[in-house]
Design a protein around this ligand. Structure first.
Ligand code: TZP
Ligand code: MG
Length: 223
């Protein structure tokens, strides 16, 4: 059984030795879900990095998700894959990976979310909350009001899928986002660029779990 984590760590660039040391610190701080996001690398480079990240996640018991590359996710034995707006459709990835794997999709609009939901996604990464340097070709910024609208449309259409907010999130955003009905958050730079990665990860975890206490959308599990 795979549970969707409320605090998802998206790995940063670059991919030197520090990358692995920092990832280990994040895992030590309680990160239990890692999305390995690799851009502008060859398949060989991605494979070498992927094997090491897979090992680190295994060692710490964290869920390991590969961004963009369904074939790489399968080859590495990842727990799942996260697909962007220009990647393979979730429905096709589901056929390839099967029901046991986690598949997430990126959404900027309710329209995107609905496509992923109908395609059988297990969660949607919705963003960006605000501008971030981490992603090139960023979709329009949603702000808190953007999440409010999307959650309202989901409720009206009885679409129940965990929404993971992403994009420029800082500690102060956690409570407002969860209050809007967002299930969890995904972060890269707020953790990766902090002076104490483990302590920052631990703090985010505390904030997310604290803000979620009593939330009716608490338990999304994949059978
Ligand atoms: N998709 C939308 S924003 C983003 C991705 C992958 C980057 C999030 O990174 P950060 O550093 O937390 O803004
Ligand atoms: Mg992508």
């Amino acid at each position: 059984m795979n549970t969707i984590s409320k605090l998802q760590y998206v790995t940063p660039q670059p991919y030197g030795e520090e990358f692995f040391a920092d990832l280990e610190k994040a895992l030590d701080g309680g990160i239990d879900w890692v999305q390995l996001r690799m851009k502008d690398l060859t398949y060989n480079e991605m494979t070498f990095i992927g094997i090491r990240v897979r090992e680190l996640c295994n060692k710490k018991g964290a869920t390991f998700i590969v961004n963009d590359h369904v074939d790489l996710a399968a080859m590495l034995g990842a727990d799942g894959v996260h697909l962007g707006l220009n990647d393979m459709p979730v429905s096709r990835a589901r056929k390839l990976l099967g029901a046991g794997k986690i598949i997430g999709g990126t959404a900027n609009t309710y329209h995107d979310l609905k496509i992923h939901f109908n395609d059988g996604a297990d969660y949607v990464g919705v963003g960006p909350l605000r501008f971030t340097d981490t992603k090139k070709n960023l979709s329009p910024v949603l702000g808190l009001e953007g999440y409010r609208k999307i959650v309202t449309y989901c409720n009206a259409d009885q679409i129940a899928i965990p929404i993971i907010a992403i994009g420029g999130i800082v500690p102060e955003d956690v409570r407002p986002l969860i209050s809007e009905g967002v299930f969890g958050i995904a972060l890269s730079s707020a953790i990766a660029q902090s002076a104490d990665i483990a302590a920052t990860a631990q703090n985010f975890k505390k904030l997310v779990l604290g803000a979620s206490a009593g939330n009716v959308l608490e338990n999304y599990e994949k059978g």
